[in-house]
Design a protein around this ligand. Structure first.
Ligand SMILES: Cc1cc2nc3c(=O)[nH]c(=O)nc-3n(C[C@H](O)[C@H](O)[C@H](O)COP(=O)(O)OP(=O)(O)OC[C@H]3O[C@@H](n4cnc5c(N)ncnc54)[C@H](O)[C@@H]3O)c2cc1C
Length: 308
């Protein structure tokens, strides 16, 4: 199936994965984020889909868009500051020398630092996403450097599939916000677990470790059983109330009942809301979503044909 999905032409990828993207402008994305908060009390983290860039002009444009995103979030008018969105970004969006191709990621740290600096001045939280293993050292180094410069509004992502994560977790700056995920990038067994149940068990174990060490934990998964185990057993056993953690899921993944149930219990729930400036830059993200959930193609086709 994965090979088939890689062969689907970009136009169809866009069509099938449409529910995962808030739109092709910042205005549309902000409207979606506003709706989530006003109608369903769901918070958001906003992400520009902009990986695999090949021209410096695109890297510059991505930086400019993130600076506009900082301003848009700073101007958030939703009821109170509680529901204010955060930003998520990927280091590969700002360089035409990607590490996985043997490049040196030039320009990426400087762009991230500029965004983090602007966001800090306006009270906007930023999370640096974790990409494939080629980027792990770069991303963690960037986080450590930014933390050392005094930025306390940044958060990191740890992928529980990676064997190195246990050491990375132990070395995190005290108090840094952490999103825990199993990790979307397929990595060789030399570097990572290959069985999902073991990755999920590590999510629960690492969540407990992080809570006990005083970190704010963002438990990011669509696995309802894992979410329930986290909020009903792991967090209470660590003495952590709902002010110490949140549950995160991706925009477009149908989990309405679970969201509503979490909100009823006073647990914060945040959706990762991507948008694109250019659909061609969204295709990689969308292919990964279809890889995870090929049934989305059938659901979208059914909607288009209005059958079933
Ligand atoms: C908020 C958020 C941020 C993330 N950030 C990163 C990151 O920075 N780096 C990184 O490597 N990974 C990131 N991920 C992806 C993550 O690592 C997983 O690949 C992804 O969440 C799928 O794993 P799962 O834990 O949901 O479990 P799974 O076992 O894969 O899924 C659980 C259930 O949800 C369903 N499901 C899963 N994905 C979809 C989908 N796309 N559409 C419909 N149903 C689906 C499955 O069919 C299954 O029933 C992020 C995920 C989330 C939710």
């Amino acid at each position: 199936m994965k090979l088939l999905i890689r062969l689907i032409p970009p136009f169809f990828v866009r069509l099938f994965a449409r529910p995962y993207v808030a739109g092709d402008s910042l205005d549309l994305a902000m409207a979606a984020v506003n709706d989530l908060w006003q109608k369903r009390s769901l918070m958001a983290t906003l992400d520009l889909l902009a990986e695999d860039i090949r021209e410096q002009g695109q890297a510059d444009e991505n930086l400019r868009t993130y600076l506009r995103m900082v301003d848009a979030v700073a101007a958030w008018k939703g009821a109170g500051q509680e529901g204010r969105p955060t930003l998520s970004l990927k280091p590969s969006s700002y360089t035409i020398a990607p590490l996985q191709d043997g490049g040196d990621a030039r320009g990426s740290f400087e762009a991230i630092a500029a965004i983090v600096d602007a966001a800090g001045k306006k009270g906007v939280q930023v999370t640096i996403d974790m990409e494939s293993r080629h980027w792990t050292d770069f991303t963690l180094d960037a986080l450590h450097k930014l933390w050392a410069l005094g930025h306390r509004h940044i958060g990191c992502v740890l992928q529980t599939r990676m064997h190195r994560t246990e050491q990375d977790l132990a070395a995190l700056p005290k108090g840094m916000r952490v999103r825990l995920v199993i990790g979307i990038y397929q990595e060789p067994a030399e570097f990572a677990l290959v069985a999902k149940p073991a990755m999920k068990q590590r999510m629960l174990d690492y969540a407990a470790r992080l809570l006990k060490a005083g970190h704010y934990v963002e438990f990011a998964t669509h696995d309802e059983a894992a979410v329930r185990q986290f909020v009903e057993q792991v967090a209470p056993a660590c003495g952590a109330g709902p002010d110490r953690f949140e549950v995160q899921m991706l925009y477009g993944v149908p989990r309405e009942k679970l969201h509503a149930d979490l909100r009823r219990r006073g647990i914060h729930c945040r959706l990762y809301v991507p948008f694109a400036n250019s659909w061609s830059l969204a295709v990689q993200y969308l292919r990964r979503r279809l890889d995870e959930y090929p049934a989305m193609m059938w659901l979208v086709t059914k909607n288009l044909l209005r059958i079933g």
